[in-house]
Ligand binder design. Structure first.
Ligand code: CP
Ligand code: NVA
Length: 305
């Protein structure tokens, strides 16, 4: 049966850990020019309804490194759900492609595409979730912290698709996840409830940024207004200014804490230059690891390991 990756819990705990270790191995193999080629003869469709630097380029390069061919598709061509139903488009695309990655607004559109596609579908970001980013970020955590569990992870800022994806990761990995945000910017209530119910991790939601960051091993932030909500930036800025990741706030963390941001960053808003360019920052390692993490996700879905 074909597998999809729309949310982190689409993997079991074992599969998630295996994927991160596979990503580590692929990074090394690629550096020695020995990346495996399981996508030879296969085409992967990359559908984008939102802008992208990292996701687009890392998927295109990743598919090529795995021996396949990537096709960049925007709504100019397919007008998903408008020229024809998502159902019909899913069936047609599956007759040509070996896999589909989609970045769009409404998460339900991705669920619908995956339901009718007969090839694996990967969520490349929706308003609700950005699961590829967190899998790849876990590789960065592993590289810098030497472990994936028993870490204090502070997420500071807007409760968005990144926050929801960290909550999903906390269902499978044992974390001490602290979310520091304003009361009107909290993450998805249902995902938060389910993550707490899973009972794997300690989860704290606080409106006090210092409480979230205190003794943290990893501090994560993201833009205050995500794609599709950029008109809300002034309101968000008012609500979230106490959650800016700056040198003063960073002092409350463990002195070896790493600073993470999925990028793109709005320097001077959610993160200062001093912190983003500081010695604790691993933000560009995160960007690099998108390439290897996503190759591992694709291989896992094709069951070639
Ligand atoms: N982090 C991330 O997904 O970046 P892009 O929006 O540039 O793809
Ligand atoms: N939360 C951000 C992540 C970008 C990678 C957004 O959705 O715009």
């Amino acid at each position: 049966m074909k597998r999809d990756f729309l949310a982190i819990p689409d993997f079991t705990r074992e599969e998630l850990i295996e994927t991160i270790y596979l990503a580590k191995e692929l990074k090394m193999l690629t550096k020695f020019g020995k990346c495996p080629k399981p996508l030879e003869g296969k085409s992967v469709g990359l559908i984008f309804h939102k802008a992208s630097l990292r996701t687009r380029i890392s998927f295109e390069v990743g598919v090529a490194q795995l021996g396949g061919n990537a096709i960049y598709i925007t709504d100019n061509e397919i007008k998903l759900g408008q020229r024809e139903t998502i159902h019909d488009a899913a069936i047609v695309l599956s007759r040509y492609l070996g896999m589909i990655m989609i970045r769009t607004f409404n998460h339900n559109d991705v669920v619908e595409l995956a339901k009718y596609a007969t090839v694996p579908v990967i969520n490349g970001l929706t308003d609700l979730l950005h699961p590829c980013q967190v899998v790849c970020d876990l590789l960065t955590v592993l590289e810098h912290k030497g472990r994936l569990e028993n870490l204090k992870i502070a997420y500071i800022g807007d409760g968005n698709n990144m926050t929801n994806s960290w909550l999903n990761a906390s269902k499978l990995l044992k974390l001490d996840l602290r979310i520091g945000t304003a009361s009107s910017c909290e993450p998805d209530k249902n995902i938060l409830k389910e993550a707490k119910k899973a009972g794997m991790s300690r989860i704290t939601l606080t409106n006090d940024p210092k409480e979230a960051v205190k003794d943290a091993d990893v501090i994560y932030t993201d833009v205050w207004a995500s794609m599709g909500q950029k008109d809300q930036i002034e309101k968000k800025e008012r609500l979230l200014k106490a959650f800016q990741l700056n040198a003063k706030l960073l002092k409350y963390a463990n002195e070896n804490a790493i600073v993470m941001h999925c990028l793109p960053a709005e320097r001077g808003r959610e993160i200062t230059d001093e912190v983003m360019d500081g010695k604790q920052s691993v933000v560009f390692d995160e960007a690099e690891n998108r390439l290897h993490g996503q190759k591992a996700i694709m291989m896992k879905l094709l069951n070639v390991i």
